[in-house]
Design a protein around this ligand. Structure first.
Ligand code: COA
Length: 170
């Protein structure tokens, strides 16, 4: 499996996953626009030429704001989202990000567990943020991601994922 920056040819594969993962998937127009914008970082996971996951976000001042992440339903719990996040964070830090934030549905416990693994903690609620069901958003942050001890935490996550990958190939 490889993890590479999003290219336009990945968009149809991304949209297939998006449609099943979210009630309001992004349009093709939005994906094309996002992937061409500056101060963005989007990565895809490719397995056997298929897109099996994607994620990304934008830099606002020194905050990296993750806007979306999802993995193909048949490939969940293989560490793919974690690998995508490590790529995204390294790219964001390279672009000058010092802090990391996102919104997540209050009921989306698997995603919250993923973000907690990356040192993110709840910092507030945006009421009725998600449509069409008016679900609240939990706002999460991780600070000083470009410094110790966060960088050590990131490299420890990477190491664990690399071991997991090599075991699954044995
Ligand atoms: C959230 C999502 C991206 C996680 O993808 P994934 O590739 O399965 O995640 P990983 O395998 O990297 O798991 C990372 C961590 O997330 C947590 N996690 C993942 N799935 C979980 C589940 N079903 N229940 C509880 N925790 C879970 C675990 O802490 C896991 O760490 P571990 O492997 O060390 O136990 C995936 O479930 C998804 O695509 N969901 C639909 C879209 C979505 O909700 N995106 C987030 C929007 S904010």
């Amino acid at each position: 499996m490889k993890f590479i920056p999003l290219e336009r040819s990945h968009i149809s594969g991304i949209m297939e996953i998006d449609r099943l993962a979210f009630p309001e998937p992004w349009s093709k127009k939005l994906w094309i626009k996002e992937s061409a914008q500056s101060l963005r970082s989007y990565y895809v996971a490719i397995d056997n030429c298929d897109v099996v996951g994607y994620g990304g976000g934008l830099i606002a001042a020194t905050d990296f704001h993750i806007t979306t992440i999802a993995v193909r339903q048949t490939d969940l719990n293989r560490g793919i989202a974690s690998r995508i996040l490590t790529e995204l964070l390294e790219a964001a830090i390279g672009m000058g990000a010092t802090d990391l934030t996102l919104e997540v549905r209050v009921g989306n416990l698997p995603a919250q567990a993923l973000y907690r693994k990356f040192g993110m903690v709840p910092a507030g609620i945006r009421r009725a943020y998600y449509q069409p069901d008016n679900e609240d958003a939990l706002i999460m942050w991780a600070n000083d991601i470009d410094q110790s001890p966060y960088l050590e935490q990131l490299s420890s996550i990477k190491k664990t994922l690399a071991c997991r990958e090599s075991v699954s190939h044995d």
